[in-house]
Unconditional design. Sequence first.
Length: 694
Amino acid sequence: MTSELTVLGACPLDCPDTCSWVVTVRDGEAVGLRGNPGHPYTRGALCVKVNRYLEQTRAADRILHPMRRVGPKGSGRFERITWDEALAEIATRLRRIIDEYGGEAIWPYQGTGSLGYLQGEEGGAGQRLWNVLGASRHDLNICSKAGGVGLRMVNGTPAGMDPESLALSRLILLWGTNPLTSGHHVWKYVQQARANGAYVVAIDPVRTRTADQADEHLPIRPGTDAALAFGLINVVVSEGAEDREFLAAHTLGWEEFREEVAKFPPERVAEITGLPEASIRALGLRLAHTRPTGIRATMGVQRHSGGGAAMRAIACIPGVTGDWRYPGGGVAYSTSGHFPLRLDTREDLLPHPVRTLPMTRLAEALEIPDPVDGLGETPVKCLWVYAANPLASTSDQNRVRRGLAREDLFTVVMEQFPTDTVDYADIVLPATMQPEHMDLHAGYGHLYLLWNEPAVPPAGECASTTETFRRVARAMGRTEPSLYDSDLELAEQLLSVDHPALAGITLDRLRKEGWVRLSVPDPFLPFAEGFPTPSGRLEFASSRAEALGLGRLPRYVPPHSAAEDERYPLTLVTPAPHEFLNSTFGNNPELRRRAKDPRVLVNPADAAARGLRDGVRARVFNRHGEFLAVVEVSDRVRPGVVASFKGHWPKLSPGGANVNAVVEERDADMGRGPVYHDNRVEITAAEAETEEVA
């Protein structure tokens, strides 16, 4: 007799929407996946990528058992071994490294392949074990760090308005965000606002799918967002439309900041941003006289040299207009700061203070030489990669590749598929996928907690992240009891925080209902009780920022200057594609077919100046490296700007490289964030491949 049931779960991927989903299981096999129609944010819809998630779990190239390298690093040649053999080798190698170099020689390199509080980066999966071993601290700064720091300097938190309340906005600024590709569920609230008369503006260097649907598109020069924010505020002040009551009661440093804003009249801002002065004035007038105004600015806007300053400046806008007073007003960057979940990673287990290694500086860290006579910085001797594919996703790809090729680097990769990074591993451990393990999730684009109940057993010999670290701890002979807490015990610990937002939310309730909204008012005014800053006010002037060397007042930090090397006059931005999520799904045959070969969008004027035609394969290069891409001559990018989508696996791309071969390993102004949208390149037709590519 056939048995069928449905199991509630959640999408684990790095997307603000964190969808609630329903898995249909028939006779022990997952046969269907759909968005949960009962979830207020998901409303039954998944994205084009996640619709193929079950297909991914059954993919022919899925890693199903532990493996040991048998060929040269980078060859991707492995032999199957048992878990016992893998764990024994890992334990032996780690002990040897700790004895000779100390625990800091181990770098646990965790990415955002899963955002779960148990299996993923949100809960610091494995951190208790790393603390016991005295491993280096991992700074996961690759995604949103620069913007998060900038927002903290103004609001005290990166968290802001509930994106659902955009339905109540009368003016919506979609600033450096493309939700119709990356987080499409917010669009229904934008549509609802438009039905009620709202005006929607897309501010983006690329005319994206979202920009096509907006009422207006402002093709800003990359990295000049702070200047535009100052210019818009300048117009508001010129109109006398600043909210003086809000400024007096809820802000700090307005008069100082007002003097800074006066330095950015629309004519100057037009020169900086490349936007028409008339467009800046017109939007400034709309902003001055439209309440509420909702601004959605997500992670893409802060991946340049002045990324932190940009978000700090944007955060000042609702402080001037008083939009935080109103449902539908404010800035939506992330909601994760509203979730008070914190797993005790047991810092007391650290044997001594340890260094922190930022994940955006992988190439640099892998070049640290062995110390001479015990002097010098500890080299990285073990790289343990999980939920990450740095060879595809991290800056300075060629230097990263050289670092991973070191024979003295013991590399362990926990993975589901044979990525470029896996090819350089010494030991590969098979990882479960979302329907095979339990997890607790919270969206960074909504206010719901979600529970993922395992729907089917792990495929092959795959193990969850938590189970893998329990096995490693046991193989290492570690006796600390907290290393062996079960997943349910960890979940209980996460939800045991005494906080009003978690009132009435228990693990039993989550497991029964699948999702629960935080215990906050609806509509949600996040700063109705004040701001979580030292002063309790929105801080235009910040003594904390001043102490950190970030300036007392917000400022404009220009993008990387072409004058530094005139050989590379074009600015490259690397937006998210419609088919991949970071490098996840980069091996899916159907999504690869839809994505086609890597493409580079080139403005007609720039293409003509270089003799480039539509459909010709080109070489995009700078002093760091190069990648091959098919030219798409398009006015979707402004002159001087080219765009090529991230997410392609290097080994599945022509020439064996993707966009990150030309992205410099350089820090943004705050939080050591990356600069994926602030790199200078040149483009020429590929010498051996000047024929048109379909």
